[in-house]
Design a protein around this ligand. Structure first.
Ligand SMILES: Cc1cc2nc3c(=O)[nH]c(=O)nc-3n(C[C@H](O)[C@H](O)[C@H](O)COP(=O)(O)OP(=O)(O)OC[C@H]3O[C@@H](n4cnc5c(N)ncnc54)[C@H](O)[C@@H]3O)c2cc1C
Length: 382
């Protein structure tokens, strides 16, 4: 039987779990956070040094208030810790009328522009000649065009997780690392969380287990998620890539898009594509990157990024994807004692700080200032 009862337990201390634990602890909630590894780590979805952030969200304008609030929270944490978390170096998103590549949703660029106009986000629409003149590192075709957002850029995921966990501990959160949650049981007076080391009681539980979330919920809900292996590549790069922007490029040939970051070290830059070959299990997925994968990526980017040289490093990462590439924030029980959250589908990091705040508000006040209704699982009901 559990001895000690917490107000809240957060399962998983990655992007969403670290943010939620931090926000709960700073509200005076007695919170326990549990992670199977020691975050930040490289086994889940939150590693590789950088994540793109943008205010006009092509996956849906309802996400813009969430990322805007995340930026404010990261700036607050930067002031408090002195850590550098958010770099607004600008973002360039390129597409073309005949492209077959898709960034998560149909009409990503058009939705991005509509969101920018709706929320008054400064931006420019550029044709190929304008992009070539300003950003000669990108080899454009004449029929391509772009959207440039000066407030876009990148966030440092490991630093964000580390800073939020450090602040949570300062505010009294208990963090158990290297402990695996096996399940939770809801009763009228609370929830018991069973781990490989013991059992803990709490009034409520937030499941933020990333790629492992499907293993902690019933089969029907779990069937909504698919986990895909992704690879991040670092290439030697010319000085053209030394400063911004981040970019997302729906390539004019083939079905793949690419995205990338400015060089952080002056010598290499990170570029990746998105692959949905076959769903994987987070425990069994291959963490090795083969020479063939590296050669294929080099061939894919060569025509578009002529200043890029040899691949110097590659690292796997996991996407947890829902059928509509949206997030899921939903209670598992009628009393809302257990809430599951999956904010990935390849674009969740930029929203994680504000989602953590909204989850903490919901746990403490029963409602959140940000609207979480678009993330209800009932949207998939036929
Ligand atoms: C290659 C790649 C590129 C991406 N690019 C972008 C981008 O440019 N912009 C953007 O906004 N987003 C991006 N994303 C998405 C973003 O990184 C994810 O949305 C976000 O990191 C997901 O966070 P999470 O908290 O859901 O999962 P995680 O950070 O993986 O956290 C889950 C945690 O739960 C723990 N855990 C799991 N099971 C258990 C258990 N049973 N017991 C205890 N602990 C458990 C794990 O150890 C882990 O620490 C990208 C993702 C990838 C993989």
């Amino acid at each position: 039987m559990p001895q000690h009862k917490y107000d809240a337990i957060v399962v998983g201390l990655g992007a969403v779990g670290a943010a939620t634990t931090y926000q709960l602890a700073r509200r005076g909630v007695r919170v326990l956070g549990i992670d199977r590894f020691a975050p930040p780590h490289d086994k889940g979805s939150t590693h590789g040094g950088t994540r793109i952030t943008r205010l006009a969200i092509g996956e849906g304008a309802h996400l813009t208030p969430i990322v805007m609030r995340s930026h404010e929270i990261w700036r607050d944490i930067e002031r408090e810790t002195g850590e550098e978390l958010l770099t607004q170096c600008g973002g360039l998103f390129i597409s073309s009328p005949k492209k077959l590549a898709k960034t998560h949703v149909e009409n990503f660029l058009e939705t991005t522009i509509a969101a920018a106009e709706k929320f008054g986000i400064a931006h420019e629409r550029l044709d190929a000649a304008a992009i070539r003149a300003r950003f000669p590192q990108f080899a454009m075709r004449d029929d391509e065009y772009g959207y440039y957002e000066p407030s876009a850029g990148f966030v440092r995921p490991e630093a964000c997780v580390a800073a939020q966990l450090e602040l949570a501990e300062k505010d009294g959160a208990a963090l158990y690392r290297g402990e695996i949650v096996q399940g939770c049981e809801v009763a009228a007076d609370g929830v018991t969380v069973a781990t490989d080391r013991g059992a803990y009681a709490a009034d409520r539980v937030i499941l933020a287990a990333g790629a492992w979330l499907p293993g902690l919920i019933d089969d029907k809900r779990a069937s909504l998620f698919k986990v895909y292996r992704q690879v991040q590549f670092w290439f030697e790069a010319t000085s053209d890539f030394a400063s911004g922007p981040v970019f997302i490029w729906e390539l004019p040939v083939g079905r793949l898009g690419i995205y990338g970051f400015p060089s952080l070290d002056g010598a290499t830059m990170k570029v990746a594509t998105e692959r949905y070959d076959a769903p994987v299990s987070p425990d069994a997925v291959s963490r090795e990157v083969s020479a063939d994968e590296i050669a294929a990526m080099q061939a894919l980017i060569a025509p578009y990024l002529p200043g890029v040289g040899a691949c110097v490093r590659a690292s796997t990462c996991l996407y947890t994807v829902t059928p509509d590439y949206g997030f899921i924030v939903d209670p598992l029980d009628v009393g809302e004692r257990v809430v599951m959250v999956s904010a990935c589908s390849g674009h969740g990091f930029k929203h994680s700080a504000a989602l953590g705040e909204a989850l903490a508000e919901r746990a403490t006040m029963g409602r959140s200032r940000l609207d979480l209704a678009p993330f209800r699982i009932s949207r998939f009901a036929s």
